[in-house]
Design a binder for this molecule. Structure first.
Ligand SMILES: NC(=O)C1=CN([C@@H]2O[C@H](COP(=O)(O)OP(=O)(O)OC[C@H]3O[C@@H](n4cnc5c(N)ncnc54)[C@H](O)[C@@H]3O)[C@@H](O)[C@H]2O)C=CC1
Ligand SMILES: O=C(O)C(=O)CO
Length: 386
């Protein structure tokens, strides 16, 4: 028998039983569920990462849907338990879903939701922050000040990299990668080189138009290039930001050999998933190349860092906070709740997961649809005509 876990209950007499494995920001998501006759149980266990056993205990014998977190292992065990409990809906409170075995969910007919779009700009802003922090050595300089080491201005003190006119490399130019590229190009007049499996047409058009605008203003125009290989980006770019999904094709995409291809003074930023970089190789590379710098939001074995990383002055590290703005986190909670609610109520799936703003307007009722269901095609779910 699974050990009971602590919960807080909302609307105890609700018809549908929905479980959230964590308390999430805001109250809109709670209100949307209870207004639609859900009994909501929020896990209040004082434990950062719940185990599969904890979640089994939360699912219990009857459960219509679960809102879960990217730290949880959603595979065969949990989807079979949810299906046995009568559940047909799960949503990650995240856009990334590498913690979810979608094939196992398909096997049990469970819809899997995620939260695209609402976190695009927030995540791109953190990637831009890490790029700047690494380029201008902000963390090292801050530590120096606080340690009382500043004795006066010096020509060599914390000299870093100028971004203007340099090349920004983006690997994975999807929603977040493209938003980041625009920030760096528009903000710092950097040239772009990107690698993606698909052409980023809108991004290319933006850079072309911005380049023309700069030229017309008598400034040096910015340029773009779609690289034929990832290696081309690594060799040419001065700042490289990683934004692909994590899957078998992107695991250790940046390894020892590829690190060696990068410029000695390059900056590498990762706000995607930790295992996209071979972190042991990265620590070695940072140690051997003191002018090479990284900004990391994600780590291979979260919450841990590989040995040696914490000692590296040329690394800026933050704890997976790229989507952590109030508006975004409340919006993620809303989208996750509406994915689960929509499936329970038999609503169709929203036609365009890249355009979910209509679900986020606090002043109007959200459409009767699931904002984003990853396996909707496999499960044959209808698409909304709204
Ligand atoms: N650090 C954080 O807090 C956050 C991390 N993320 C991560 O960022 C990822 C991307 O999110 P979005 O931009 O919304 O997704 P997206 O699906 O819009 O973009 C991903 C892009 O990666 C490309 N891609 C896939 N495989 C590739 C490969 N082998 N080589 C090069 N490109 C490849 C895809 O074609 C796509 O354009 C998420 O899957 C998630 O893991 C997302 C939000 C916050
Ligand atoms: O959404 C995601 O994929 C995250 O990593 C957290 O926002």
């Amino acid at each position: 028998m699974a050990k009971p876990v602590q919960i807080e209950v909302w609307n105890p007499n609700g018809k549908y039983r929905v479980v959230s494995t964590k308390s999430m920001p805001g109250t809109r998501w709670i209100n949307l569920l209870i207004e639609q006759d859900c009994r909501l149980e929020i896990c209040t266990e004082k434990k950062t990462i719940l185990s599969v056993e904890d979640i089994l205990a939360l699912i219990g014998d009857r459960c219509d849907g679960v809102i879960g977190q990217l730290t949880e292992d959603w595979g065969e065990t949990l989807f079979s338990a949810l299906s046995r409990a009568g559940g047909k809906a799960f949503s990650n409170m995240a856009v990334g879903y590498n913690n979810v075995d979608v094939e196992a969910a398909n096997k049990y007919g469970v819809a899997v939701g995620n939260t695209p779009g609402v976190l695009t700009e927030t995540t791109a802003e953190l990637a831009a922050s890490l790029s700047l922090a690494a380029a201008r050595r902000i963390v090292e300089a801050d530590e120096f000040m606080r340690a009382g080491k500043y004795e006066g201005w010096l020509p060599h003190l914390f000299v870093g990299n100028l971004l203007k006119g340099q090349t920004v490399g983006v690997i994975g130019a999807g929603r977040i990668g493209s938003a980041y590229a625009r920030m760096m190009i528009e903000g710092f007049k950097m040239n772009l080189i990107y690698y993606d499996l698909y052409q980023a047409t809108r991004l290319e058009k933006f850079v072309t138009a911005y380049g023309q605008f700069l030229k017309a203003s008598g400034e040096q125009p910015v340029t773009w290039k779609r690289a034929a290989s990832m290696e081309e980006v690594l060799r040419e770019a001065d700042v490289i930001s990683l934004h692909p999904i994590l899957d078998k094709t992107t695991y250790h995409l940046v390894n020892k050999e590829r690190l060696a291809m990068m410029k000695k003074e390059a900056i590498l930023v990762n706000c995607s998933r930790g295992p996209v970089i071979d972190e042991v190789a990265l620590v070695e590379h940072l140690r051997e190349n003191p002018m090479f710098r990284v900004g990391l939001d994600v780590f291979e074995d979260e919450p841990y860092m590989k040995p040696g990383l914490a000692d590296m002055k040329n690394a800026v590290v933050v704890p997976h906070i790229a989507s952590a703005s109030k508006w975004t986190r409340e919006g993620m909670a809303t989208l996750a709740a509406l994915n689960v609610l929509g499936k329970i109520k038999g609503y169709p799936v929203w036609g365009n997961p890249n355009s979910v703003d209509v679900f986020l307007n606090e002043n109007s009722q959200p459409p009767a649809a699931c904002p984003s269901i990853i396996n909707s095609k496999t499960l044959g779910l209808p698409v909304s005509k709204l």
